[in-house]
Design a protein around this ligand. Structure first.
Ligand code: ROI
Length: 167
């Protein structure tokens, strides 16, 4: 369904990096996202330091979550985020879950459940990922994640592991 002009959707974006000065990658991605036409920043979490999920022979990550208001349809938003990833030197390798200069995921898009071949929202790994849930809770403590439930309930089932808040 097309969003009409007046319709602003609240969406959440997950940011992650573990190469080439991760904290700077996240900060410059934040600026690039605010420069997308049709996107306004509503909130940005602290930066978090996290140990890698997946293969352990890669550097630790810096993660954050951003809340935006947007009139872009979800696929257009995802394509804009992919362009920013590419502009930050993201090289897509065949190895699953390898190191990356910048990863930008549409975590949540309004109350929508989206299952398209190239976009699943809410992000399927959201409930198991401390590096997503804790920054999300910081900026949206009352959030109900569509199809998954209250952020507080999700948090209580997700150990913090090695996650550390940086600022
Ligand atoms: N692990 C952490 N800690 N943070 C991430 O952003 C992240 N992103 C990924 C995989 C490789 C699954 N692991 C991660 O895509």
């Amino acid at each position: 369904m097309e969003n009409s002009k007046a319709d602003l959707i609240t969406a959440y974006i997950g940011l992650g990096s573990n190469l080439a000065n991760p904290a700077e990658q996240i900060k410059s991605a934040r600026i690039a996202i605010t420069q997308i036409a049709g996107v306004q920043e509503l909130a940005f979490s602290s930066l978090y330091h996290s140990s890698p999920m997946g293969p352990q022979d890669q550097p630790d990550y810096v993660n954050a979550v951003m809340c935006i208001a947007t009139d872009l349809p979800p696929i257009d938003l995802m394509r804009c985020l992919q362009r920013i990833e590419n502009g930050h030197g993201r090289v897509r390798k065949t190895e699953r879950w390898g190191a990356r200069t910048l990863d930008l995921d549409v975590l949540i898009y309004g109350d929508q459940l989206i299952e398209q071949p190239d976009l699943i929202v809410p992000h399927p790994g959201l409930a198991e990922r401390a590096f997503v849930l804790y920054p999300l809770f910081e900026i949206a403590p009352q959030l109900v994640v569509p199809g998954k439930g209250n952020i507080v309930d999700l948090l209580t089932q997700c150990p913090m592991n090695e996650l550390k808040r940086l600022d």
